[in-house]
Structures are given as C-alpha cells and as structure tokens.
Design a protein around this ligand. Structure first.
Ligand SMILES: Cc1ncc(COP(=O)(O)O)c(C=O)c1O
Length: 367
C-alpha cells in the first residue's frame, strides 16, 4: 500500500552521537531507545550505534530490552520501568540492568538472589524532584545500609531532571544539589558504583555540572532540541524524514470547502492534492490550521482538517505529480521542516511528534 514513509537517516544519527560526544569531551553516553527509539526504530538505531562504538542503551520495558538482546545487541541495557517480581527471571536471563526505586525492590532482588544464586544487575534510582519513580532522598542512609547488607550487585546510581530544558534552572539546580548529597552519603557507606548518571538532553545543553560518569540522551541524538529554552549550540540534524504520497489531485473552484467541517475554503481556483497520511499515522491533527508541507523545496498549505488517514494540500496553481511524496517534517535534499517548528505551533513537543510515528508507516533506513 502507498502510505507514509519515515526515512531514518542513520548517518545523521551517528553524526549527532559524535557531536554530542565531542560536546561532552568524550563522556560515556547511554542512548535512550525506548518507545521504538522515539519512533525511529529501536533495533536498527541500536545496531548502528553499537557498531559505531556506543556501549550503553536504555529502554522502558523489559520486553523492549529482550527484543534488543534477541537481535544481537550486546551492550549494557538499562530498563527504566518499575521493577516487577514477574520480570526478574527475564531480566536475569537476558542480562538486563533493572532499576531499584523502593526498599521493597531491594528486598525482592535479594530474595531472588538467594533462591536463584544470581540476580539481575541494577541501578538505584533516587527521586530528587520529578516525583515519579525513585527513593526519597531522606531515605538515602536506609537504602545504602540495606544494599550494603545484601550480596547484591549494585552497579549504578541515578536520578532524573524535571525541568532541565527550561530557561529558569533554579528547580533543576535544587535537584542537582540533592543528588550530590546522596552521592556523598553513598560514599560514607563505601559504596562504589560503576556509573553515576543524571543528565538528559536538556541538562546536556543547560547544566554542565550534572554530567557525572555518563549521560542519558534521547531527543538530542534523534536530532531535535528538547525545548526552545536551551542553547542550541550543537548542530544536530533531524534523523527522521517523514513523507507521504500524493494520491489524487483535483482542480477546484474558488469558494470550495475542503475536509471535515468545511473550515477551509479556497480563495481562488486551486489544485488540491490528497496526501495518504492522517492523524492515525502521526501527523498532528492540530497542525492543520497553520500547517504546511514541502514539495520540491516549496511550502504549500495544508487545506482543511487532517483526517484519520488522509489530508489535503493546496498546491495553488502548481500541478504536482501523482505518486510523488511531500515532506511532512525532517530534512530532504531541498527543504527542512523541523519537529520543533510544528511543536511550537501546536503547543506540543518533538517528543510527542516523534513517538506518534508508528503503525502503518514504513521505515526506510539510510546509511
Ligand atoms: C529516565 C529518563 N532518562 C533519560 C531520558 C532521555 O531524555 P531526553 O530524551 O530528554 O534526552 C528519559 C526520557 O524520557 C527518561 O525517562
């Protein structure tokens, strides 16, 4: 079936990785490939990155980690989701690193180790202000004491920023100072971690002091800035080029209503193209009111509401070729429409726009 295509430029992914690595003076990078690598294809991205020298990945679910392992990824894989008793066997078997974020998690792991003689490696996650998963910093002594009294293999310590991509960094600095205190307390228990990590994309750009041994990077490596409040001083390139075919063109008169609700009316005689891609494929529905696509390097307005599987474009007096594709976002040889531009116009974020690309979209990988 003709339909939307996401061209994934793996060469740009590797270029972005190198740019970030240089920016960080060669610090170790954990690339976050959860949610199908933010819509880019986790397996293909992880394979390309591993071959390029990246030795650490993060996923959200144990199943995402198993998929990578079963397809030959040998690097470290950290699982972000809440530990569950039922997934310890799988995590152990596939040598996934899980995260302990409550005292009961540590007890669970120790029970598993006693029963099986071995348990998955894990990182301790502290909640310094995101109020999601993580130990309360006030429990740090108790946490480290408990770990010390087990024979568990605790490899890492980390936390997550809530506001690192914002202009006002006061809250983020508060989180950083809590995390530094936690590290100090761990030191007093003589606990040594293979890795300590805190920074996400926003912090990489905004807060140099938060880099520790390793950073966890998602959005930036896929070529989009996490917000417009960060210094955009790394020349990253959009990895995904999202395109869709023109499947019909019709000439309509001035005053013709287009699409649901008839909210768009042509102001002159126009060539209206039907594009085979809809909000079910990830093009944001709310983008229609100000949105455009690019065809042969020229921008054309989206005409009327985006439908579930199709949308219309006003090509005005130009007559596009049936079967040709329009660029919805990303960069082709002639033009660029960034996810950040779309996000800025519809009060969304590139995270939502990228991860919405799933389902019927065909991914084509380019080296
Ligand atoms: C725990 C954790 N670390 C790191 C990241 C990566 O964040 P970013 O894509 O902003 O680099 C995420 C993404 O949501 C996350 O949940």
């Amino acid at each position: 079936m003709q339909g939307p295509v996401a061209v994934i430029h793996l060469d740009r992914l590797l270029k972005n990785y190198d740019l970030i690595k240089n920016h960080l003076n060669q610090k170790r990078i954990m690339v976050v490939v959860k949610a199908n690598a933010y819509g880019h294809g986790s397996l293909e991205c992880a394979k390309a990155l591993e071959k390029h020298g990246c030795d650490s990945f993060a996923v959200f679910s144990v199943e995402e980690g198993v998929e990578l392992r079963e397809n030959g990824i040998n690097s470290d894989i950290l699982v972000f989701s809440k530990m569950s008793n039922s997934s310890l066997d799988l995590s152990n078997k596939y040598e996934l690193i899980i995260n302990a974020s409550s005292l009961s998690d540590i007890n669970l792991l120790e029970r598993f180790r006693k029963k099986n003689g071995k348990s998955p490696e894990f990182h301790l996650k502290f909640d310094t202000g995101m109020t999601r998963l993580g130990f309360d910093p006030r429990d740090a002594q108790e946490v480290f004491e408990l770990v010390k009294n087990t024979k568990l293999s605790c490899q890492g310590l980390y936390s997550h920023f809530a506001t690192a991509d914002e202009g006002d960094l006061s809250y983020a600095f508060g989180q950083l100072s809590k995390f530094k205190k936690i590290i100090k307390i761990a030191g007093s228990f003589d606990l040594k971690f293979k890795t300590v990590h805190f920074s996400n994309s926003g912090a990489i750009l905004n807060i140099d002091q938060s880099e520790f041994d390793q950073v966890r990077v998602g959005m930036l490596v896929y070529g989009a800035f996490p917000s417009d409040e960060v210094p955009m001083d790394i020349p990253i390139l959009p990895v995904m080029e999202f395109r869709a075919p023109i499947v019909e063109v019709r000439s309509v008169n001035k005053g013709t209503h287009i699409s649901y609700g008839g909210v768009y009316t042509t102001e002159s005689k126009s060539n209206i193209g039907v594009i085979q891609c809809g909000f079910a494929d990830g093009i944001p529905r709310s983008w229609y009111s100000r949105g455009y696509v690019s065809y042969n390097g020229k921008k054309y307005k989206i005409a009327g509401r985006i439908c579930m599987d199709q949308f219309m474009v006003n090509f005005e007096n130009d007559l596009p070729e049936l079967g040709d594709e329009v660029l919805i976002f990303g960069s082709d040889k002639k033009d660029t429409i960034t996810m950040e531009t779309i996000a800025g116009n519809i009060d969304s974020t590139p995270y939502v726009i990228a991860t919405d690309i799933k389902g019927r979209t065909l991914r084509k990988y380019k080296n």
